[in-house]
Design a protein around this ligand. Structure first.
Ligand code: ATR
Length: 285
C-alpha cells in the first residue's frame, strides 16, 4: 500500500521508456513488502542537474542511471564509491541523508552472471566485442575474475585502444586490440584459444546478427551476450542451435538490478522474483 511513508526510487535516462527496471524492481519491492515505489523518468539533457538535485528536495532514496547519463551525472554527486570511481561511470545513486553517493553495479552484474553460470575464465583468454560503457564494465568483471588476457575486437580501433589503455592502467591487465574485419578474417588460433566470447556492443538489441567465425571456436567456448531483448538475441539463438553454452543480458540485468536494490533498501531481493517479473513481461510483449 502507498502511504505517507512510501519513498521514491527510480531510473533516469533519455530515452527511458524501454527500461525493464520498474518491472522487476517493483516486483521485488512488493514481494518483500518494502515502503518504496520505483518509476522511470525521461530526463532531457538540460534538466539532468535539476533532476539529480531534486533527490535532495523530495528525499528520493535512490535512482538508477542509464544511457546517456552514466558519466554526465558525476559532477552532480557528492562522492563516488568503489567501482564507480574505477569506471568513472555511475548507474546507481543513493541518497544518504542528503548526500548523493554514486555506485556502479554493472560490472558486478556480469561478474555474478559468470559465477552463477559457472563460466570458468580464471587464467584464460577472453575475446571481448565492443569498447563502450558496457565493455568497460565487462573488463572490470574479467579483471576481478582473474583472466589471463583480453582481446578487444572493436569496429573503431581508437576506441578499442582507449579501453585497452584504461584496462592496463587500472588492472595491469594483458590486453590486445584488433578491428572486426581483421579478427574475423584472422588466424584460427585467434578464436580457438579463447574460453569465452563476450558481446558488449549494442548489436542484437534490434535483432542484428553478429557474424562470428563459428567454425574457428573451440568446442568448450562460452558465448555471453550483455544485450537483452525479449526472446533471445540472434547471437545466443545461434549459439544454442550449435550446442554452445551461452546466456544473454537478462542475467546481467537481474544481478546489477539486485545489487542496486540492495543499495537502496538494505535487503537482498530473491533472484527468482526478478526473473519471473521479466518472464511475465516477455509473455506480454
Ligand atoms: P554502451 O554504453 O551500451 O556500451 P556505447 O558506449 O555507445 O554503448 O558503445 C557501443 C559499442 O557497440 C561500441 O563498441 C560500438 O563500436 P564503435 O566503438 O566502433 O562505435 C559498438 N557498435 C555499435 N554499433 C555497431 C555496429 N553496427 N557494428 C559494430 N559495432 C557496433
Amino acid at each position: 500500500m502507498i502511504t505517507a511513508h512510501t519513498r521514491l526510487l527510480g531510473v533516469i535516462g533519455h530515452p527511458v521508456e524501454h527500461s525493464l527496471s520498474p518491472i522487476f524492481q517493483n516486483a521485488a519491492l512488493s514481494y518483500l513488502n518494502l515502503p518504496f515505489v520505483y518509476l522511470a523518468f525521461d530526463v532531457l539533457p538540460p534538466h539532468l542537474g535539476g533532476a539529480v538535485e531534486a533527490m535532495r528536495f523530495f528525499s528520493i532514496r535512490g535512482l538508477n542511471v542509464t544511457i546517456p547519463y552514466k558519466e554526465r551525472v558525476i559532477p552532480f554527486l557528492d562522492c563516488l564509491v568503489g567501482e564507480a570511481q574505477v569506471m568513472e561511470a555511475v548507474n546507481t545513486i543513493v541518497n544518504e541523508g542528503g548526500k548523493l553517493i554514486g555506485y556502479n553495479t554493472d560490472g558486478v552484474g556480469l561478474y555474478r552472471s559468470l559465477e552463477r553460470k559457472g563460466v570458468g575464465v580464471e587464467g584464460e583468454r577472453v575475446l571481448l566485442l565492443g569498447a563502450g560503457g558496457a565493455a568497460k564494465a565487462a573488463v572490470w568483471a574479467l579483471a576481478k575474475k582473474g583472466v589471463a588476457s583480453v582481446l578487444i575486437v572493436n569496429r573503431t580501433r581508437e576506441r578499442g585502444e582507449n579501453l585497452a589503455c584504461w584496462a592496463r592502467a587500472k588492472f595491469s591487465l594483458k590486453v590486445e586490440v584488433i578491428e572486426w574485419e581483421k579478427a574475423t578474417a584472422g588466424e584460427s588460433s585467434l578464436w580457438s584459444e579463447v574460453a569465452a566470447v563476450i558481446n558488449a556492443t549494442s548489436l542484437g538489441l534490434k535483432g542484428e546478427e553478429i557474424p562470428l567465425p563459428w567454425e574457428k571456436l573451440s568446442s568448450s567456448v562460452w558465448i555471453v551476450d550483455v544485450v537483452y531483448r525479449p526472446g533471445l538475441t540472434p547471437l545466443v539463438r545461434e549459439a544454442k542451435k550449435r550446442g554452445i553454452p551461452s546466456f544473454d543480458g537478462k542475467e546481467m540485468l537481474i544481478h546489477q538490478g539486485a545489487e542496486s536494490f540492495f543499495l537502496f533498501t538494505g535487503e537482498r531481493p530473491p533472484l527468482q522474483v526478478l526473473e519471473e517479473a521479466l518472464d511475465v513481461k516477455d509473455d506480454i510483449s
